[in-house]
Structures are given as structure tokens and as C-alpha cells.
Design a protein. Structure first.
Length: 503
């Protein structure tokens, strides 16, 4: 693995570096809310999924949803983190119109999951080498989501929709171990791939089911390392938190903007106010939302309506035994089982559906060839066309059929590209396409010999010159391939040409 590059920003007064810590909110894939039986269904009529508990009617009592607890534990195990057998729910008090309780039930001092660590794969664009980065998780806790204030339905009124009120979230907090915009985005990608593999969150960022608050500060080269020794970053430059980011592209753009903003303030003698900011993708800038509250502003205290959450070792062991294969394990298996490079194995294992597709194609076939066709040709095409794998015009069996045609020498790799294009255009089965367009490779040496004889006869001078300059044989190969419409078997062409030209 390659060394981690240092990400440096140039200021007027010298170099700067970035420090980033992320708080990811992942909605637990549960049909019911964290403390009520109301539905979590997306896109319903406003206020149609609201129980008396979610509306905070007087005297209502929350009841913990056991399924949600299990998902939080699964996620903690997937993050290689410590599961706290005793955790507690606390009230985080604040006023907001979309928070009818007047507090959010969260976990403060005793979260259900403690410290963990994950490997993040960073793949820079522009051909710089990829690298892998250990990122420490500080904690994972469960909490309720708030409702939504709707400001754009009426010019003079604000409406409140409580459908989301009480929906179960996992907040995953990283240590400030991320040092560049790309590392931050790569971290979110990794968390997403882990929760999706576990099935604990659907990872749908567009719906806001997975979103990140990004904490950004800047410092001078060398400063970070000093605080890292004691793992205490409270005296590093003050940070701003950019709320609710749900796109990898915007995460990077927002960090970039925010770091430059802070550098400009510091270089002109100012101080960075610790605050919560919002990113405006249209303007490409972050804007102040409110000054950041400290924990003590929320007057946290244990929720008297809920008992401490106590789990047994056996309960946790049971969940551990039922964990599915995680992306890192899958990658390791793809490397050994299919002989793929770490990079290829990473690309093909990052996403559950893609991994399944690849394994379907690779079964009983040349795995390296299958990996190339799946990741480069098919995924390359889908990326460009902005299609999901489920919308692919080419299925796993069809692509496998194409690979079989190459492996059995029915068509060359080059012709296969042409067949693939036709498959994308909806011409269907590769065998039928080859048949219909007469694309079968010519392996009949007699036929190839006839073409070669004719070309040599037409170009006697070149033929004579080849003996002195063997490299010019490539020209003959090209002529023969052209004359055969690309269908002559290249190995046979080379072999016969060598014999006839005496190279
Ligand atoms: P708070 O208690 O104010 O929420 P935390 O210590 O829990 O602060 O940190 C919240 C998030 O901010 C974490 O993800 C952490 O990694 C990140 N963070 C802490 N210090 C810094 C810093 N100097 N720069 C960037 N991010 C930071
Ligand atoms: Mg915190």
C-alpha cells in the first residue's frame, strides 16, 4: 500500500493543513420508529405516520424498539467497535417547532457502541496511487430524528410534518483522523458500504437516510501530530460543523470552500468562530446557521421514562455469529479466490449488488477476464450512462455468454467489444449477435493463408524488406485483419505470416 500523501493548502503566510471529523446520521432500516410503533414509510401524506408518542402527548411513554437495538449492535460489530453491554438514553433539551417533546431522546455519556476502527480506501483521481487509511470511530449512539418544518407551502405560515419525528437514527462519530476532502468522502463511502452490507441502513443519501455533519478546522503543518499524540484535539484550531451533507461531491466542495474561508480569516488576524454552517451547492459556499452549542447548553440528563439498556454477552455473540460477509472480508476473498488485484477486488466488492453480479459472471469462468468485463466495460458504460446496475441492458448471464465466446476462441477480444456494444443497444444474446452478423473468428488456417498469400503477392517490396526490419511485420498483420473484417484469429495470422515471410 502506498504512503498517505499530505494534503496542503497554500496561504499568503505559508502552508496549511485540514483536520476533519465526521458525524454520520444513518437511519436504521426499521419499519417502526425507535420508541413507537408508527411507520417509517417514506413519502407519505404529512402527519400520517404519527403516534401519540411521536406527537409528545402528555403522559405518553416511549417503549424501546428491540429491532433497532439489534441493528445498532450489528453496526457496532461491523465497525470493529466495542459493544457497551450497559448503555443509557438521555434527554437532549432544546426548543424547535418540529420537536414536540422539547427534547430529543439520545445517548450521551453511555452510548451503545464505543471505540472502533475501520479501513478507508482512498482512490485519488488523476492516476495518483490509491491508499488505505485506518480511521478511528469514537462512538455510535442511537437517537430520535426530529420532524420537519415546511416553509415553502404558504407565504405566511410554516407547517410542521411529524412523520419523521421519532424515526431511529444511528449517529456514528469519527475521531478527527481525516485530513483531506477526498479522505472524508471516502470515509462516508466506506461507512455506507458497511451499513448497506449489514442491512442496518439502506444508505439512500438522496432521501437523507445517510447524511454527514462535517467538522472542519485548519492548522499549520506539524500541529496536528502534536495533539494526536495525546488524542486531545481541543486545543487545535477551532472548527466549524457543516450540517446535513448527503452527496460525496458536495462534501468535498464544502470542505474545500470552508478550509479556504478559515485560512483567510486566520491570515488576516481574525479568529474562527465555532459555529454550525450550511453548504449552499448553488452558490458553492458555506453560510453560518447558528453559533455552535456546547454539550452543557443542552442540559443532558438521563431520560426517567426509560430504563438503562442492558444487553447480555450471549445476545451480542448471537448477533456476531449472524453477521454477513463485510466489504473488507469480501475484498480479501476476491483477492485469494479469484486472484484479483487489491484494487480490482476493492472495486468489485464495495457494493453488494455489484459484488453479486461479478460473482455470477465469474463462476466457472476466467475470473480476471470476468473482472475486466464487469468493472471496466459494463460498470464503465453504466457510469457514463448514469444507470444503476438494476437498469443494465446487459445481464450477468449474457455477459458471461460473451466471455465464453472469447474463451472458446469463437470471437476475438476486439470483436467482443463490438458484440458488447450491440448487446448494450438491445440486440440481445451474444451468440445470436455473432451468428446474425457473421462475426465468428476465422480460425480456418486455409482461409487465412489465402488472404496472406494475396497480400504478400500485392506487396512484394514490403515482403522482401520485412526480413531486415522484422518490426514492419505489424503492417502485414494489420492488412490481414482488415481484409478479414477483423475476424481472422490473430494468433493464427501471426504464425502463418512468420512462416511465409521468414521472420
Ligand atoms: P462535541 O462534544 O462538541 O460534539 P466532539 O469531541 O464530540 O465535540 O467532536 C465532534 C466531532 O468533531 C467529532 O467527529 C470529532 O472528530 C470532530 N472534531 C473534534 N475536534 C476537531 C477539530 N479540531 N477539527 C475538526 N474536527 C474535529
Ligand atoms: Mg459530540
Amino acid at each position: 500500500m502506498k504512503e498517505r500523501p499530505t494534503y496542503t493548502l497554500k496561504g499568503d503566510t505559508g502552508d496549511w493543513e485540514i483536520v476533519l471529523g465526521l458525524e454520520i446520521h444513518a437511519q436504521i432500516a426499521s419499519a417502526a420508529k425507535l420508541f413507537s410503533g408508527a411507520s417509517t414509510g417514506f413519502g407519505a401524506e404529512p402527519n400520517s405516520h404519527v403516534s401519540l408518542v411521536d406527537a409528545a402527548m402528555p403522559g405518553m411513554l416511549p417503549v424501546i424498539n428491540g429491532f433497532c437495538v439489534e441493528q445498532a449492535v450489528r453496526t457496532g460489530l461491523g465497525l470493529n467497535a466495542k459493544i457497551n453491554l450497559t448503555s443509557r438514553f438521555d434527554r437532549k433539551n432544546y426548543f424547535y417547532p418540529d420537536l414536540p417533546q422539547g427534547y430529543q431522546i439520545s445517548q450521551f455519556e453511555l452510548p451503545i457502541v464505543g471505540e472502533g476502527i475501520i479501513d478507508v480506501d482512498v482512490e485519488p483521481a488523476h492516476g495518483d496511487p490509491a491508499y488505505s487509511l485506518p480511521v478511528r470511530i469514537e462512538r455510535l449512539h442511537m437517537e430520535q430524528d426530529a420532524g420537519k418544518s415546511v416553509h415553502d407551502m404558504d407565504p405566511t405560515a410554516t407547517y410542521v410534518d411529524l412523520n419523521r419525528s421519532g424515526v431511529a437514527l444511528m449517529e456514528i462519530v469519527s475521531k478527527p483522523d481525516l485530513r483531506s476532502p477526498l479522505e472524508a468522502a471516502s470515509y462516508v463511502k466506506k461507512i455506507k458500504s458497511i451499513v448497506v452490507a449489514l442491512g442496518t441502513c439502506d444508505g439512500d443519501m438522496e432521501k437523507g437516510n445517510l447524511r454527514a455533519d462535517v467538522n472542519v478546522s485548519v492548522c499549520r503543518p506539524g500541529d496536528y501530530e502534536k495533539f494526536r499524540e495525546d488524542d486531545d484535539f481541543s486545543h487545535l484550531g477551532s472548527r466549524c460543523e457543516i450540517k446535513n451533507m448527503n452527496s460525496f461531491r458536495f462534501i468535498q466542495a464544502a470542505i474545500e470552500y470552508e478550509a479556504h474561508r478559515q485560512i483567510e480569516i486566520l491570515e488576516t488576524g481574525g479568529t474562527v468562530d465555532q459555529e454550525t454552517r450550511l453548504y449552499d451547492p448553488d452558490a458553492g459556499e458555506t453560510r453560518s446557521m447558528r453559533s455552535k452549542e456546547d454539550a452543557h447548553d443542552y442540559r443532558y440528563f438521563p431520560d426517567p421514562d426509560l430504563l438503562p439498556l442492558v444487553l447480555t454477552e450471549a445476545y451480542v455473540e448471537n448477533i456476531k455469529a449472524s453477521l454477513p460477509e463485510l466489504p473488507d472480508q469480501k475484498r480479501a476473498r476476491f483477492e485469494t479466490e479469484y486472484g484479483l488485484s487489491r484494487y480490482d477486488a476493492g472495486v468489485l466488492s464495495a457494493d453488494k449488488e455489484k459484488a453479486e453480479f461479478f460473482e455470477h459472471v465469474a463462476r466457472g469462468r476466467d475470473a480476471k477476464l470476468a473482472a475486466n468485463w464487469v468493472s471496466q466495460d459494463l460498470f464503465g458504460y453504466l457510469n457514463k450512462a448514469e444507470l444503476e446496475l438494476t437498469e443494465s441492458p446487459v445481464g450477468a448471464d449474457q455477459l458471461g455468454g460473451l466471455i465464453d465466446l472469447i474463451s472458446s476462441d469463437v470471437i476475438s477480444g476486439k470483436i467482443a467489444k463490438d458484440v458488447f456494444q450491440r448487446m448494450i443497444n438491445g440486440e440481445g444474446d451474444p451468440v445470436a449477435i455473432v451468428e446474425k452478423h457473421g462475426l465468428k473468428q476465422v480460425t480456418d488456417t486455409g482461409a487465412i493463408e489465402a488472404i496472406i498469400d494475396e497480400i504478400i503477392a500485392q506487396n512484394p517490396d514490403q515482403a522482401a524488406a520485412v526480413k531486415e526490419k522484422p518490426k514492419t511485420m505489424g503492417w502485414f498483420v494489420g492488412q490481414v485483419m482488415k481484409a478479414s473484417g477483423g475476424k481472422a484469429n490473430p494468433q493464427a495470422v501471426n504464425k502463418i505470416l512468420r512462416e511465409k515471410l521468414g521472420v
